[in-house]
Design a protein around this ligand. Structure first.
Ligand code: GDG
Length: 742
């Protein structure tokens, strides 16, 4: 039976030893809380760091930890002190975390830490590769492991990989300043499904993929290395039932059941006081200082609330080795001290500040007793605390003040929405919240609670895993089949056994990759040798079917014993003949349509027109990808209304081409096929202009698309290299045959 493998930086438990025995205590934090229930339900293995430096562990301890954890289906990745410093505290939390949360002035890139990030990601990938079996699904999490998907895919391309980012993906203008931006994106693209909390993050990611990697993106699907990578939004939910039940139980038991509850109730009963709750890890992204300043402003401007209101602030210690967190701790202590010093009376301390983590039961005490929850991060991927607070409001009372910069705000639109940078607005929101009529509170909370009840953690994880399964199924059921080693063998065998063979090969995107300036790229020697060798096989015709000019083809391919087709079929040169141009073509249309193309070129920076003998091409690969695509759609509409019958508009890879209708690779291929009785035909091409070639081939031919795209071909290779491998196999098979005959 297949299993799911969860991979995250930390396991949801912390290993600790006492008197020679190992204990494993649960950790808090969004990812751990969220995935714990998914892990405990299904058949899954969880790969991650067990929370202790391996420097302090001898062989025996490691073995004991391993055994203990394996019982719980956890699989530890051991990290030493240096790795933790460089990979975790360093690169992940001094570089990626601030950058992805828009704190560019804090973010620091360090080459040594980057090296460590690569090595540790490889460590995780190796651990996954040890335990993964065919049919398993691997679900990799978060910003610490952005390179891991590609590292797993590189070694085992048959594994289905999902990746989920728990923090925001920043806009392109922020992401572009990151030194290793290509590497990070390519690392993520090893996954088959990439998930984000909100559509904004998805949009930002796709924009970076288009602009930085120049990849083709159709809606939410990225074409990369012959794979279709799906990108989608999965807003993470919480274990609603668990929080609701805990709240129900909490309200049933005595108000004095815990010291914390006793304290809270004394305040509430004595003053008919209101309680405002603030819970976060102590992190500069969470807006803790602004929240305190807003509370101070509220007390300054609303003296009638003195003695009657209290901010209970739970700040959970986090990454305290990173200097920025130490600074924040000091600042928080100072501001809390200042506010309490300024307003406190004998019976009243305005801010109750806890710098520690609390047991789950106490967390529930806080949730159920608070009249208002103030969740105002400066940036937050989602924020689960906001959802947990709502889940505990079983009587539908209570008010949520929520930052519009938390991912959760996209779903929780009935909360009081605030800009966390606007202290005045935050202070106003406190007043609105504490004075909100119960009826209003209930109306809002019924809608909010319904949403988070329906889309809970189970829905979230099953939605992600189901989408991942569909993605992998699509690969198996697709009509266009990947050229696997078995299929390659079959093609080679058929090549060997046939008597008259024809190979029709497109050039750009099929035999050679795309370049900024294609005109300047010389075909590499190994490619020319391979083509020459193939064409030297007995009874074998090798044809280059290109959209390039005949001067280009002439310059590099004459003398290799190849047949050459240039400008999509306008020019033909048989292997032992001269160039011939198709007759009877008028160029009159160029005068009419060129001004239209010129206007679009002027209005779209980066686009240019290529003039060929009988055709015009409008290239937009160097334009801004979004603007280019939009203008291409507009230009297509204009051209279609002006197009004469004998002219065809072809929509190629970032190029629109106007070509006389009787000129296409299909008619040229047909002319060639009809000349001789071929019993083996193979055509390979990568874009729309090659489709007519595929359609004109006899039924038993091999039609191969380079890259997995919409096509009438029967097979595809993931990339150019895979096609070249196949051609090399065909070449070698002939050499072997010659040797065995001799
Ligand atoms: C990251 C993203 C995204 C907190 N204090 C205690 C405690 N917690 C639990 C809460 C909640 C979790 O920790 C915190 O989750 P958040 O979502 O609020 O924040 P991050 O840790 O920053 O999480 C975030 C999340 O990943 C999921 O994708 O939402 O945007 O930054 O569940 O209840 N639990 C206990 N004691 C505490 O003192 N027991």
């Amino acid at each position: 039976m297949s299993k799911n493998i969860i991979v995250s930086n930390r396991l949801p438990v912390q290993a600790e030893s006492k008197d020679g025995e190992w204990f494993f205590t649960p950790t808090s934090g969004g990812l751990a809380t969220g995935l714990k229930s998914f892990h405990s339900e299904g058949k899954s293995l969880w790969v991650g760091w067990p929370g202790i430096s391996s420097d302090s562990l001898d062989k025996k301890s490691k073995r004991q930890i391993n055994e203990n954890l394996l019982d719980k289906q956890f699989c530890p990745v051991f990290l030493n002190e240096k790795e933790l410093d460089d990979f975790y505290f360093g690169f992940s939390n001094k570089c990626l975390w601030p950058l992805f949360h828009y704190f560019i002035e804090i973010h620091k890139f360090d080459l040594i830490q980057w090296q460590s990030y690569i090595e540790v990601n490889q460590k995780f990938a190796d651990e996954v590769l040890k335990v993964v079996k065919d049919g398993d699904k691997v679900w990799i999490h978060d910003y610490q492991l952005l390179l891991c998907p590609q590292m797993v895919k590189d070694i085992n391309p048959n594994v289905t990989i999902g990746f989920f980012l728990h923090i925001p993906f920043p806009s392109f203008e922020i992401f572009r300043i990151f030194a290793k931006r290509e590497e990070l994106l390519k690392g993520m693209l090893g996954a088959d499904l990439i998930g984000f909390h909100t559509y904004d993050y998805e949009r930002h990611f796709l924009s970076s993929v288009k602009r930085i990697l120049n990849l083709e993106v159709n809606f939410n699907i990225i074409l990369h290395q012959g794979r279709e990578i799906v990108v989608n939004t999965f807003p993470m939910g919480i274990d609603f039932k668990k929080f609701e039940e805990a709240a129900r139980k909490n309200l049933r038991i005595s108000p004095n059941s815990s010291a914390l509850k006793r304290q809270i109730n004394t305040h509430k009963l004595a003053n008919e006081g209101k309680l405002i709750l603030s819970i976060d890890r102590l992190d500069y992204t969470k807006g803790i200082l602004n929240r305190l300043l807003a509370f101070e402003r509220f007390l300054d401007t609303n003296p009638e609330y003195h003695d009657k209101i209290r901010l209970v602030m739970l700040a959970v210690p986090s990454r305290s080795k990173v200097p920025q967190y130490k600074i924040l701790k000091r600042q928080t202590d100072e501001v809390v001290g200042r506010i309490n010093g300024k307003f406190a009376s004998v019976n009243w301390t305005p801010v109750w500040y806890y710098y520690r983590s609390m047991p789950f039961e106490n967390l529930i005490d806080l949730y159920v007793s608070s009249d208002v929850a103030m969740i105002t991060p400066l940036r937050d991927g989602m924020n689960l605390v906001a959802k947990e607070y709502l889940a505990t409001r079983i009587n539908n009372d209570g008010v949520l003040i929520l930052s519009e910069l938390a991912g959760a705000s996209k779903e929780l639109s009935q909360a009081i929405s605030v800009n966390p940078f606007d202290i005045e607005q935050l202070s106003q929101a406190i007043k609105t919240a504490v004075e909100m009529p119960l009826k209003d509170q209930k109306e809002r909370n019924i809608i909010l609670r319904n949403r988070i009840k329906r889309y809970d953690i189970n829905k979230w994880s099953s939605n992600f895993i189901d989408t991942l399964s569909e993605t992998s199924k699509k690969e198996f059921t697709s009509k266009v089949k990947l050229v696997t080693p078995v299929i390659a063998k079959k093609i080679v065998k058929s090549y060997q056994e046939s008597k008259k063979r024809l190979l029709l090969l497109d050039y750009d995107g099929t035999l050679i990759g795309f370049h900024e300036n294609p005109e300047k790229v010389v075909p590499p020697k190994p490619l020319l040798d391979l083509l020459e060798n193939l064409s030297s096989h007995e009874n074998t015709d090798v044809v280059i079917m290109s959209g390039r000019t005949y001067t280009f083809l002439d310059k590099y391919f004459t003398g290799l014993n190849l047949t050459l087709v240039a400008e999509h079929g306008l020019y033909l040169k048989q292997k032992d003949g001269d160039w011939h141009k198709k007759k009877g073509l008028s160029n009159k249309w160029i005068e009419h349509l060129l001004p239209v193309l010129n206007t679009f070129t002027d209005n779209t920076p980066g686009t240019f027109i290529e003039h060929k003998t009988n055709s015009l091409s409008w290239h937009y690969r160097k334009a801004d990808p979004e603007l280019g695509t939009q203008r291409a759609v507009e230009l297509k509409t204009v051209l279609k209304s002006l197009l004469p019958n004998d002219l065809t508009l072809m929509d190629g890879n970032k190029v629109l081409e106007l070509i006389p209708s009787n000129i296409n690779k299909g008619t040229s291929a047909l002319d060639l096929i009809n000349k001789k009785k071929y019993d083996f035909c193979l055509a390979a091409g990568d874009d729309i202009t090659d489709e007519s070639m595929f359609s004109s081939l006899p039924p038993r031919s091999y039609k191969i698309k380079v890259g997995k795209k919409k096509t009438s071909a029967k097979h595809y290779t993931r990339n150019i290299d895979q096609l070249l491998e196949l051609l090399k196999l065909m070449n070698n098979s002939e050499i072997k045959k010659e040797i065995s005959i001799k």
